[in-house]
Design a protein around this ligand. Structure first.
Ligand SMILES: Nc1ncnc2c1ncn2[C@@H]1O[C@H](COP(=O)(O)OP(=O)(O)OP(=O)(O)O)[C@@H](O)[C@H]1O
Ligand SMILES: [Mg+2]
Length: 232
């Protein structure tokens, strides 16, 4: 038997129920992602991209189907166990940065380590290292409002990386950035991927998707195609 992929979805569906209305946001999704890949998931608004990312990120559970992370079924885990998996294995980057406004870049990046009960001195060292990795070694003590949009997103990327997750999950990470700054952030993802980080990036922007090596297309909650991106 060959080794299990990092991520395997089989027949994953997600139905939202609002009162008597049901929305099938995902319908029978099969997806494998190997360690080290750079995958873009593209599709129009409402096609189920964020729903898929939430499931991949263990922020939400499928209504039906199976999710194996590193060969282990995620379905049977309790909410607490899922939170541990999230903290250890997954790093998130969102369109709106989601930084704590009163805290320095360093303190923001330390947050996942506080949760993981890493001692203070090591926390600081690792947070500073992560910020250096994203090119922000000179901004450790700046607060979000003292940083540019691109720098804020770099802080968010550093926070996502500080636990050395198996996968970096990004939902429209360039959505709030101008074109040039967005390109810089994509270049950062590419550089991290070349250094071995698995990246799954969600976007409705085909130019952004082209940065990936593999582009998966989703429409009405189903995967309808796949092609190669421009990345070498
Ligand atoms: N919490 C929810 N409750 C009910 N319906 C939802 C919920 N979240 C999403 N939906 C519905 O599920 C479908 C997929 O939504 P999703 O957010 O995954 O789309 P998306 O591809 O991320 O879109 P966008 O590009 O606009 O972010 C949509 O029809 C949406 O209205
Ligand atoms: Mg979305």
């Amino acid at each position: 038997m060959s080794e299990a992929p990092l991520i395997r979805l089989r027949g994953v569906s997600r139905v939202y129920r609002t009162g008597s209305v049901e929305v099938a946001a995902l319908q029978g999704v099969d997806l494998d992602v190997e360690a080290g890949e750079f995958v873009a998931i593209v599709g129009p608004s409402g096609s189920g991209k964020s729903t898929l990312l939430h499931i991949l990120g263990c922020l939400d559970r499928p209504t039906a189907g199976q999710y194996l992370l590193k060969g282990r079924p995620v379905d049977g885990l309790s909410d607490d166990e899922l939170a541990v998996v999230r903290n250890r294995e997954l790093g998130f980057v969102f369109q709106s940065f989601n930084l704590l406004p009163r805290m320095s870049a360093l303190r923001n990046v330390e947050q996942p380590l506080i949760y993981a009960r890493v001692p203070a001195a090591e926390r600081r060292r690792r947070a500073a290292e992560a910020l250096e990795r994203v090119g922000l070694g000179h901004r450790l003590h700046h607060r979000p409002n003292e940083l540019s949009g691109g720098e804020r997103q770099r802080v968010a990327v550093a926070r996502a990386l500080v636990n050395n997750p198996s996968v970096l999950l990004a939902d429209e990470p360039t959505g709030n950035l101008d074109t040039r700054t967005g390109r810089d952030i994509l270049a950062l993802f590419r550089q991290l991927n070349e250094a071995g980080v698995t990246v799954i990036l969600i976007t409705h922007d085909l130019e952004v998707a082209a940065e990936a090596r593999r582009i998966v297309e989703i429409r009405d909650g189903r995967i309808v195609g796949e092609r190669r991106g421009d990345a070498p």
